[in-house]
Write a protein that binds this ligand. Structure first.
Ligand code: BMA
Length: 371
């Protein structure tokens, strides 16, 4: 090959390489452009600098001795004791497609209450205790191994999609007075590393679980066009390091908030406060490395038999170190009746302690985040 031909070849090779590089850069840039953070996530990240949001399941729907009646008599067990609503309102979609959820909350009321909670400045998070898509028995029916059958080509894929259609319809009904979609946290397929739910660790493989999670989010976002969902991942307490925590993690593109549910370690048979703090720290570190938020997605002490549970147990755990102090929110479970509750009621011996806990500067109720 002559020098001229060689130089010509070199020139074209170089030009080709440069144009490839340019295309690559363009792709990366384009990708950056489309990853736009939703406004709820931005708000949660701002609030995270201020403190830990406090949440209560079904807070506006019912409490000890009362039930939601109408818009002008909005009530809350947290408000009865502290003068303020919590900043996070927890809800559950179990039973979607029927009139009431698994704990008796009419879905119509739930929609109204999420809208009202949003108008007040609060943030709603929704878990889902789905009934089995093939026969509508509850989340605790672990006899049927079904997760793989819900996936595309699976025997019950159509039934599963019909369930998701109800979920999508619910989320698309969440609109404020101006007609804009209300941004909420959706936390499906929780506590998957336990074996009490049909999507739990003994009833499917991590790969099947991840595919189920990914399908759920893709279907709601892409097929149904929902753009008001911030997604949370929440294994139960049964992990001990980053790898075991992420066993069921469907991928960064699906998850915005990394959480943990933990009740048991607070009990006599549990691993204790240090272990709870350690697990929260793992969650925080993983979340931080991914540029995401960490949350204590479910906890509490049923019936609050320790009058100082809020300050000396939950408060102590949150105070453990710089990581536990940076948790985005903590949510305690529901106040069903005097035999099953997580927020004290008037004249309950834990009342004062609860008020003390919520008075902490870094514990944020609705009144603390209004502006
Ligand atoms: C459990 C209990 C049940 C309830 C379920 C889903 O912890 O509170 O009564 O049905 O959560 O909310």
């Amino acid at each position: 090959m002559s020098i001229f031909k060689r130089s010509l070849l070199c020139f074209f090779l170089l030009a080709g390489l440069l144009s490839c590089k340019k295309e690559l850069k363009h792709e990366v840039d384009t990708e950056k452009e489309i990853v736009v953070e939703n406004s709820l996530l931005t708000r949660l990240k701002e609030l995270n600098k201020q403190g830990i949001l406090f949440g209560h399941q079904d807070d506006l729907a019912y409490g000890i001795g009362w039930k939601y009646q109408s818009e002008d008599s909005l009530d809350s067990d947290v408000k009865r004791l502290t003068g303020s609503f919590p900043s996070i309102f927890g809800w559950d979609l179990g039973g979607i497609g029927t009139a009431k959820n698994l704990d008796g909350v009419p879905f119509k009321d739930m929609i109204d209450l999420i809208i009202q909670g949003d108008a007040l400045g609060g943030i709603s998070t929704l878990s889902w205790h789905p009934f089995l898509p093939n026969d509508s028995t509850d989340s605790w029916n672990v006899e049927t191994k079904i997760v793989d059958q819900l996936l595309p080509q699976g025997k019950y894929h159509t039934e599963f999609k019909a369930k998701l259609d109800h979920v999508a319809h619910f989320f698309s009904s969440l609109k404020n007075k101006q007609g804009q979609p209300i941004q909420v946290i959706f936390r499906p397929w929780h506590e998957m590393n336990g074996s009490w739910f049909w999507w739990g660790s003994d009833h499917c493989t991590p790969e099947e679980f991840k595919a189920l999670f990914a399908f759920t989010v893709d279907y709601l976002r892409n097929e149904k066009g929902l753009d008001n969902l911030t997604i949370a991942y929440s294994p139960d307490r049964g992990f001990h390091d980053e790898t075991s925590y992420l066993t069921w993690y469907p991928g960064d593109q699906y998850i915005d908030i990394l959480g943990v549910d933990n009740y048991h370690d607070f009990t006599e048979n549990g691993d204790g406060l240090d272990a709870i703090a350690n697990k929260l720290s793992i969650v925080y570190e993983v979340a931080k490395a991914k540029g995401k938020l960490a949350a204590f997605t479910e906890t509490g002490s049923d019936k609050i038999e320790d009058d100082l549970w809020y300050t000396k147990k939950l408060g102590k755990v949150l105070d453990t170190n710089d990581l536990t102090k940076k948790i985005s929110y903590v949510l305690v479970w529901r106040n069903h009746d005097k035999k099953h509750f997580y927020v004290p009621y008037k004249d309950h011996p834990a009342q004062q302690d609860f008020v003390e806990f919520t008075n902490r500067k870094d514990v944020l109720l609705l009144k603390d985040i209004k502006n």
